[in-house]
Design a protein around this ligand. Structure first.
Ligand code: F6P
Length: 343
C-alpha cells in the first residue's frame, strides 16, 4: 500500500487544515493510500516526528485556522546532514512521496530534495500570495479580508480626529495584501516594494488631499522601501533572539516621517500576525480543498516535482523549477487601478 507524508512549512495561514483534510480524504477514500502527518514542517522529517492521519484525524478541521500538524520556517538543508536525515526517515517510515504545503521557501526545499529522488508535490500556501504558478495562494483571501476590515475600522477614527493613519501590512518582499486591501478599503495611498516611492512625494500627495479632506489612510507593505532614505533596510527589519531576521516597524518610521513633512497628527497601526489568524474565508476553504484534491491526484498519477495552482479558475500544475527562481510580484494593473483613488 502506498504511503504519503504531508507537512506544512513556513508561516501558517488560514486554510492549511482544509488542504490537509482534502489531501488525506482523497488519498484514503479515493485511492486507499496510507497517510502520515509530519510534524512541524521539515523538522518532523529530521526528527522522525510523525503521526498517522485518518478520516477521523481530519474530521472537523476544515474551518480551523493554523495547522494541526504544526509548522516551522527552519530550512532543514542548512543543518549538517539534514538531507541525509530526511532520506533516512522517509525510508524508516516507508513514505513513498511527500505533499509539501507551504510558500516558496518550502517549495525550494522540495525542489532540492527532488534532485535526490524524493517524490514531492507542493501546494502553495501563504498569506503573501507571492508564489508563481497560481493566481492565489491559500490564506491570501482571508488576510485581505482581515486587512480590509482593519482599514474600515481605522477610517472612522482618522476622520474623527483629522489624522493620517498608517496601516502596516504583511507581505514579505511583495505588496499583494496591501494592494488588494488598500483598493478594497479605499486607501488614499498604498506603498509597496514593487513601486518606487519617496516620503517627500507621499507627503505632498497628502497635503494636497488635506485641502479637501482632513484625514488620510496610508497603507504600507512591510517590505516597502522609500528611495529617499539612505540604507533604509536597517530601519525596517530586526533580528530576534535566535538570530532570525524579520520585517517590522516600517509603519512607525513612515508615520513619523509623514508627520514631520505634513504637520498632520499621525498614528500607526501594524496588523502583524492578526493577518494570519482565525478561520479561513470561504474562497480560501474552496481553494485549499481544490488544491488538496489536485495534489492527491498528482500523487496517484505519479506526476511529481510539481506545484499545483489555480490560474483563471482552472487547476494547473507547474514544475517546481519554474517557481523557485523568483517570487510573484504584484499585478501592476491592479495597483494602477488602486492608485486612481489616491489623494
Ligand atoms: O510569509 C508569511 C509571513 O507572515 C510574512 O508576511 C511575514 O513577513 C513573515 O511570515 C513573518 O514570519 P515569522 O512568522 O517567522 O515572524
Amino acid at each position: 500500500m502506498s504511503r504519503v507524508g504531508i507537512l506544512t512549512c513556513g508561516g501558517d495561514c488560514p486554510g492549511l487544515n482544509a488542504a490537509i483534510r482534502a489531501v488525506t480524504r482523497k488519498l484514503i477514500i479515493g485511492y486507499d493510500y496510507e497517510v502520515l502527518g509530519i510534524k512541524n514542517g521539515y523538522n518532523g522529517l529530521i526528527e522522525g516526528d510523525v503521526q498517522p492521519l485518518s478520516m477521523y484525524s481530519v474530521s472537523g478541521v476544515l474551518p480551523r485556522g493554523g495547522t494541526i500538524l504544526g509548522t516551522s520556517s527552519k530550512n532543514p538543508l542548512l543543518l549538517e546532514h539534514g538531507k541525509e536525515a530526511i532520506k533516512e526517515n522517509l525510508k524508516r517510515f516507508e513514505i513513498d512521496s511527500l505533499v509539501v504545503i507551504g510558500a516558496k521557501s518550502a517549495i525550494d526545499v522540495a525542489y532540492e530534495l527532488s534532485h535526490d529522488g524524493v517524490k514531492c508535490v507542493a501546494i502553495p500556501s501563504t498569506i503573501d500570495n507571492d508564489v508563481l504558478g497560481t493566481d492565489f495562494t491559500i490564506g491570501f483571501d482571508t488576510a485581505v479580508n482581515i486587512a480590509t476590515r482593519a482599514i474600515d475600522m481605522v477610517h472612522t477614527t482618522a476622520e474623527s480626529h483629522h489624522r493620517i493613519i498608517v496601516v502596516e501590512m504583511m507581505g514579505s518582499s511583495t505588496g499583494w495584501i496591501a494592494t488588494y486591501a488598500g483598493l478594497a478599503g479605499g486607501a488614499d495611498c498604498i506603498l509597496i516594494p514593487e513601486i518606487e516611492f519617496t516620503l517627500d512625494a507621499t507627503a505632498e500627495l497628502l497635503k494636497k488631499r488635506h485641502k479637501r479632506r482632513k484625514f488620510s489612510i496610508v497603507v504600507v507593505a512591510e517590505g516597502a522601501i522609500p528611495t529617499d532614505v539612505p540604507n533604509f533596510q536597517s530601519v525596517s527589519s530586526k533580528v530576534d533572539a535566535l538570530g532570525n531576521t524579520y520585517l517590522c516597524s516600517i509603519g512607525e518610521f513612515v508615520g513619523v516621517e509623514l508627520a514631520k513633512r505634513t504637520g498632520m497628527e499621525t498614528r500607526v497601526t501594524t496588523l502583524g500576525y492578526i493577518q494570519r489568524g482565525g478561520s479561513p474565508s470561504v474562497p480560501d476553504r474552496i481553494l485549499a480543498t481544490r488544491l488538496g484534491v489536485a495534489a492527491a491526484e498528482k500523487i496517484k498519477n505519479k506526476e511529481f516535482s510539481v506545484v499545483v495552482g489555480v490560474v483563471g479558475n482552472k487547476i494547473v500544475s507547474t514544475p517546481l523549477e519554474n517557481v523557485t527562481d523568483n517570487v510573484k510580484k504584484v499585478n501592476l494593473e491592479m495597483f494602477d487601478t488602486a492608485s486612481t483613488f489616491f489623494g
